[in-house]
Design a protein around this ligand. Structure first.
Ligand SMILES: [Zn+2]
Length: 358
């Protein structure tokens, strides 16, 4: 499975200066190349290279590979849109390939700068030890909030699939982001608070409408998105860990079928907004694959209306958003937990129908 991993660089003072100069010079060169590409209407990589290669090497004192990379970045950008001259962010990304970037050890990278090659300390998140043999092709050097990162694509081997003893059902919803058939609830409360805080702030900024308000707006949107992403990561991690510890597969509702629950009124739904369920589902799937845990996507029809004890399906079973009470057998339970048990049961059907060769 291919994963993009964010690696943080820890340059010393002199290295930081060299990296910053490199990234700025590189993007200046991109602007220059872009100007010529635009004025001569030459947008293909090969065409641009013929016109500007030696010129750019001399003018910006960049290495051969860096010039090729800059030309590539400009050509790529015009490939998407040829309607205007493109300008590049002063601190836009540099794409490095293996000729100008090599991982020396799990904690060090050798990277080409204007000052020559520098060996810089690196650290990365949860996928350690990172097998550098598995790094595929390119890495983007990015500069964000005064910090350098490499975005590295890695081919991580899938674990041997487990032979599951059961299926853990996971219900995703608006009020509770995720609920498992074990009764574990990942509440949306904290997320709701954050979202409400941001939406009040966003409304104020939108009504102001000045340039700096818009800039601020963009910044908090980014923060909110990152918060959601982190939350989804944590939930997915916890669920996959439980499945692994108990040797069970995971069942979720088919991602296209995530219901917007009719028992939650529209105002609440708008206030809380649409959680990124597809993101949570994708995180669950890839973390599970890495751990060798099968994930079944089940038909979401009536999972919230069906009684997990007697199977009776009735709209009246679901009294409120939180309450489930079967009109036939009287079974009472938290509605999300009841739904996740139904998801688990449907997952078990899929498990027993799997071909034996799996
Ligand atoms: Zn029942």
């Amino acid at each position: 499975m291919l994963l993009t991993i964010k690696v943080k660089l820890y340059p010393n003072e002199q290295q930081e200066k060299a990296l910053l100069e490199t990234i700025e010079r590189f993007n200046e060169a991109c602007d220059y190349i872009s100007k010529i590409a635009w004025s001569t209407r030459t947008f293909g990589k090969v065409g641009i290279q013929k016109i500007v290669y030696y010129d750019v090497r001399e003018k910006y004192n960049l290495s051969a590979q860096m010039v090729v990379r800059a030309i590539g970045k400009v050509a790529e950008s015009y490939r998407v849109d040829k309607t205007c001259q493109h300008e590049f962010n002063k601190h836009g990304a540099i794409v490095y390939d293996q000729r100008i970037l090599t991982f020396k050890a799990s904690d060090e990278v050798s990277i080409l700068t204007l000052e020559g090659r520098e060996r810089i300390t690196i650290k990365y998140g949860e996928y350690c030890p990172l097998d550098m043999e598995r790094v595929k092709g390119q890495a983007d050097l990015i500069y964000h909030n005064n910090t350098f990162y490499l975005m590295v694509v890695v081919d991580v081997p899938d674990a041997d699939p487990i032979d599951p003893d059961g299926v853990m059902g996971v219900d995703m919803g608006i009020v509770n982001i995720a609920t498992t058939s074990d009764g574990e609830v990942f509440s949306g409360k904290k997320c709701t608070e954050v979202r409400q805080r941001y939406s009040a702030l966003k409304a104020r900024l939108q009504s102001v409408g000045t340039y700096s308000a818009k800039k601020h707006l963009k910044k908090i949107s980014g923060k909110e998105r990152r918060f959601k992403k982190d939350t989804n990561h944590c939930i997915a991690k916890a669920i996959v860990q439980t499945a692994k510890d108990t040797n069970r597969a995971i069942a979720i509702e088919n991602l296209k079928g995530i219901r917007t629950n009719s028992t939650v009124n529209k105002a609440v739904r708008t206030a809380i907004g649409k959680w990124a369920f597809d993101e949570l589902g994708n995180f669950l799937k890839y973390k599970a694959t890495l751990a060798g845990i099968p994930v079944f996507e089940i038909d979401p029809k009536n999972t919230s209306r069906e009684c997990s004890v007697c199977g009776h399906i009735d709209k009246k079973n679901r009294k409120t958003q939180a309450e489930f009470c079967c009109v036939k057998c009287g079974h009472q339970e938290n509605a999300d937990i009841n739904a996740s048990k139904n998801i688990s049961l449907r997952g078990i059907c899929q498990l027993s129908h799997r071909p034996l060769a799996y």
